[in-house]
Write a protein that binds this ligand. Structure first.
Ligand SMILES: C[S@@+](CC[C@H](N)C(=O)[O-])C[C@H]1O[C@@H](n2cnc3c(N)ncnc32)[C@H](O)[C@@H]1O
Length: 262
């Protein structure tokens, strides 16, 4: 039942309305980590679920050649706008492709494949396995795949948060408030984000609000290890966050560095 492609349909997509504002609240603490592996592995790099290009453009600015694959039309539109604003030399390093990471064929193999904060969007076991199979096919023999997971069993049952508001170049203020809720039966982390935009220069005050509802699969450790084994991928390194702390029960993330099994 869990493996129907239309399962959890209410938690899919959702990035449309907020695409323009999504990156504003990113901590970007993962970028130095990805850059480090990019330096070790070299180009080309495949950035799956590249969103508005946050990680792809950071890699391209450091001289790496990146293919950015993304499914959401609005994220792609924002990524292309930002791509146009890059210098010609940097822009040439990035190829933006519309695609689904659970089922893609590119005529190329990569030294490094990453899927920042997004593997959880493969909500069913079939989608997870087909993603890993596509990754393996596109990995060079000495290539690495970095998978950051939201592990099951370590997330708080329910949490509310509000980020520090951000001012846009045109003076508008964007606030983001969110709610995370674990659904243990479905092994899914539901994330509801509200983006509230106001313009302090306009009276009377008016607010525009977008809601984004998405879900990420919570993958327990042994289950993740089994998925990797079924996909002929071998764990080379494992961390509990992008600062490389060892993975333990207090870590909200599990980061795996993988290669093709020998
Ligand atoms: C949490 S955002 C992360 C974006 C980007 N990786 C980053 O870290 O800034 C998740 C992204 O995954 C994309 N996505 C979800 N499912 C996808 C799929 N099956 N194929 C391609 N992109 C997908 C969403 O559209 C969204 O842009």
């Amino acid at each position: 039942m869990n493996d129907r492609r239309d399962a959890h349909s209410e938690l899919r997509g959702g990035y449309e309305a907020a695409a323009e504002f999504y990156d504003l609240f990113a901590k970007n603490d993962d970028i130095p980590f990805y850059l480090d592996y990019a330096r070790r592995q070299g180009s080309p790099i495949l950035d799956l679920a590249a969103g508005a290009g946050r990680v792809s453009f950071a890699l391209a600015r450091e001289g790496f050649e990146v293919v950015a694959l993304e499914r959401s039309e609005d994220m792609l539109r924002v990524a292309r706008q930002r791509h146009n604003d890059l210098t010609e030399v940097i822009a040439k390093q990035v190829t933006i492709i519309e695609g689904d990471f659970t089922d893609f064929t590119l005529n190329q193999q990569f030294s490094l494949i990453i899927i920042p904060a997004s593997f959880g969007h493969a909500l069913t076991r079939d989608e997870q396995l087909s993603t890993l199979s596509c990754v393996r096919c596109h990995l060079r023999d000495n290539g690495l795949f970095i998978l950051d997971l939201f592990p099951g069993g370590v997330q708080p049952e329910r949490a509310f948060f509000e980020d520090v508001p951000v001012e846009l170049p045109d003076g508008r203020i964007v606030r983001r408030v969110g709610e995370m809720r674990v659904d243990p039966a479905r092994q899914i982390l539901e994330l509801k984000l509200h983006f509230i935009i106001s313009d302090p220069q306009i009276e009377p005050k008016k607010e525009e609000c977008f809601e984004l509802l998405s879900g990420a699969a919570l993958i327990h450790n042994r289950e993740a290890n089994m998925l990797m084994r079924m996909s002929d991928l071998e764990i080379v390194e494992e961390f509990g966050d992008f600062d490389r702390r060892p993975f333990s029960s207090d870590c909200g993330r599990r980061i795996l560095v993988l290669r093709k099994s020998s």
